[in-house]
Design a protein around this ligand. Structure first.
Ligand code: KG4
Ligand code: ZN
Length: 352
């Protein structure tokens, strides 16, 4: 009897279903024995016309989407609910109403299928997106310890990552996040939401040295982007007084110059962090790591300084459930599961 059980366990695959619903992407993914079998993302378009994410509408759209997104993820992975070993979901940080949709769904599945539930920190998900491997693909994964520049719509941090469970934030923004700076400046130019990808697109044909915007003077490894946003706003206001078509006539140069400044701020602090820690294994993560200017400049800098850099695949830069399922898988192997009384936390700061 005991022998039979061992054989059975040995043959069994560990399958984790991950759910991400922290902001405006409803996503579900399946990780099987550490490899990604599916990753379905529904980006809510309802927010575009408001120029930013409307929390109430985001929660409602998650409720509308989640069942279909999960169904699609299971179908793509060719599995059913009965095959799942555990269900992982984003516990926080994020919009509370949005997080609650994901956690409630996960609890329902956990009860119905009598499987463990695992709360995952969204930021930890971004940090380990580089470890995602698809089916039989072998990846060039970061070696510990590495420095992670985590740049998203809500966070800008430099983190020393020593292992899956041990990391320390050594620099953080004291006001806006880098993604917020992109989005707010895009809004001022009436470009729509999210602004980061649009600024990136227009910047391709612009002159990055055409305009100069203020550079923050912040101590240590911390960042600040609110001054840059204000200086951009005042600059445009003054120029529009002279020429009401200033934005449309200078759009590529404005975008290229702004992007140049944001990337410069990020890489200056990253270089300082390398000097301070002696760590030359570098990763970038989060939505802003999709930025072509950041990717190119970091690659050039790495060649010049002899750093090893890991640039994520574009599909794993913005929010996705693949990264949540992967961390859930690691936690499951470590026996780190949660009780059904686990709660969503909007400002979950402590990475766990
Ligand atoms: O990681 P993410 O999907 O969500 C958060 O956790 O915040 O990041 C979204 C942010 C938005 O601010 C968006 O404008 C920015 O990532 N972003 C970009 C680019 N693609 C997305 N920023 C600059 N260039 C891009 N190509
Ligand atoms: Zn994110």
């Amino acid at each position: 009897m005991y022998f039979c059980k061992l054989v059975y366990v040995d043959k069994m695959k560990t399958i984790v279903l991950g759910i991400e619903s922290s902001c405006d992407d409803t996503s579900a993914a399946v990780v099987c024995d550490g490899k990604l079998y599916s990753n379905v993302i529904n980006t809510q378009s309802i927010h575009y016309k408001y120029g930013g994410v409307v929390p109430e509408l985001a929660s409602r759209a998650h409720q509308q989407n989640i069942v279909l997104v999960v169904k699609e993820a299971l179908e793509q992975a060719k599995i059913s609910f009965d095959d799942i070993s555990a269900i992982a979901f984003t516990q926080g940080p994020g919009l509370l109403g949005s997080l609650l949709v994901g956690s409630s769904f996960a609890k329902g599945v956990a009860i119905a299928k009598d499987i463990p539930i695992i709360g995952v920190n969204h930021l930890q998900g971004h940090m380990f997106a580089h470890f995602l491997r698809e089916k039989d693909e072998e990846e060039f994964i970061p070696k510990f310890p590495f420095l992670c520049l985590l740049v998203s719509g809500g966070h800008t941090q430099i983190i020393v990552v020593e292992s899956y469970t041990k990391y320390e934030i050594i620099g953080s923004t004291i006001d806006d996040a880098a993604g917020e700076a992109f989005d707010k400046c895009a809004k001022v130019m009436n470009l729509g939401y999210p602004g980061g990808p649009l600024i990136d697109k227009y910047a391709q044909t612009g002159n990055p040295n055409k305009f100069k915007f203020s550079k923050p003077n912040v101590a240590d490894l911390n960042f600040s982007f609110s001054g840059l946003k204000t200086s951009f706003l005042y600059f445009l206001r003054d120029q529009i007084k002279e020429n009401e078509n200033f934005i449309s006539e200078n759009l590529p140069d404005l975008c290229a110059s702004l992007q140049f400044q944001i990337v410069d701020i990020l890489l200056e602090k990253l270089s300082k962090a390398v000097k301070q820690t002696g760590i030359t294994e570098i990763t970038i993560s989060g939505g802003v790591s999709a930025n072509s200017g950041l990717r190119t400049k970091l690659t050039e800098l790495a060649q010049e300084k002899n750093w090893t850099v890991h640039i994520p695949k574009i599909r794993y830069t913005t929010d996705n459930a693949a990264m949540i399922a992967l961390i859930g898988y690691y936690h499951f192997l470590d026996g780190k599961t949660n009780g059904l009384d686990i709660v969503s936390v909007a400002n979950l700061a402590q990475l766990s």
